[in-house]
Design a protein around this ligand. Sequence first.
Ligand code: HEM
Length: 406
Amino acid sequence: FPKGDDMIQDPPVPHGLPIEREDRYSPSPPLTVLRQRRPMSRLNYPDGHLGWLITNYELTRSVLSNPAFSSHPERMANPIGTGRVVLAESTTPQPGVFLRMDPPDHTRLRRRLTGVFTVRRMRQLEPRVTQIVRAQLDELERQGSGADLVEHFAIPVPSLVICELLGVPYEDRGSFQSDTAGFLRVEASAEERVQLIGNINAYLAELVDRKLVEPTDDLLSDLTRSGDLTRDELVGIAFLLLFAGHETTANMLGLGALALLEHPEQLRLLRSEPELIDNAVEEMLRFLSILHVGPLRTAGADIELGGNLIREGENILISLPAANRDPARFDNPEELDFHRKATGHLAFGHGIHQCLGQQLARTEMRIGWTELFGRLPNLRLAVDPDEIPLRTDMVIYGVHRLPVEW
Ligand code: HEM
């Protein structure tokens, strides 16, 4: 095996993950260069840890399906220095937050969730998603042309969908939404964010207590019924669903709307062949790959991968934007093409942690974009695209604001 030191001599070894995106959508150019040179490279983490960076499709699947790579945050370094790695900030996972756990803890909790995240419940949610989207569009129309689509559409839609899923009562939704939206605001200081997380967890604990006494017809109540999860675990699960499901979907909705406006030929195609919407959703997931930093894993043992030796304890960062543009897997990967069969993309991850909410996310995007462009056929940007602030320093990529007119 090449030793770590030999590989450092072979440039480029980035210091921290390169985070700029080319043309707003494509991976950072250094990531594309690295992928062309070799499937995995050394990566200098800002804290001094020397780990690895994976940029190709095949090795991404190998790492994510290998149980020897751990998701536990204990030995994880922050790969972008200044950025926010929301759920990896502490060294032990919050109870219930199984995204950051390994088997058997992960298996026990995830199994409980797949039992309630049923196809039936997702189907039941569909008409509610449509209602939520339409109500949001009604509001936009009432206000008249000109709005920030992130604030008035992309953020509230998934937030209200999570409220449905968790069974947040209507009277609580206003404050719940303002706390969760506040958390997504980039201007929020670290103290403000800690405060908001505190508020959200306190609210979720209260909600769990209510569901324990008086279960209703929602996913959280179903989880409380079994009696085999602790109160802290129930709160952590609710927190995980909120954070895994809200920021991700909100940014897909916002950035996806921008991508459609900037690819008018694809928008026209979708209008003339609406049955392409399912393909379009998969292709947008691949093309945008909004998980901008991560997944991140730690080697639980010495492991051979792609002809290299990864030492126990070393961090492995995967670039999903780079892996999803791998020409060895997708023809003309730089093109947004709604005729493409993009299934097999890795935007939802792979292996045991593969996104639990993917069906719900797909439903939200399908209904969200269809209704948005159906209702506002003259939707257009209100500013030059270069003025749109991009979330390059965030774990979840997207746009901070999307000023539009119609
Ligand atoms: C896990 C992406 C929406 C719940 C993941 C992972 C990715 C991902 C890449 C794997 C992370 C890893 O391996 O470390 C996305 C994207 C979404 C989305 C791109 C929107 C388009 C949602 C929604 C929900 C959700 C709507 C729930 C309501 C979860 C949960 C996990 C997860 C609970 C952890 C699964 C586990 O550890 O077993 N998601 N997600 N996600 N996602 Fe999503």
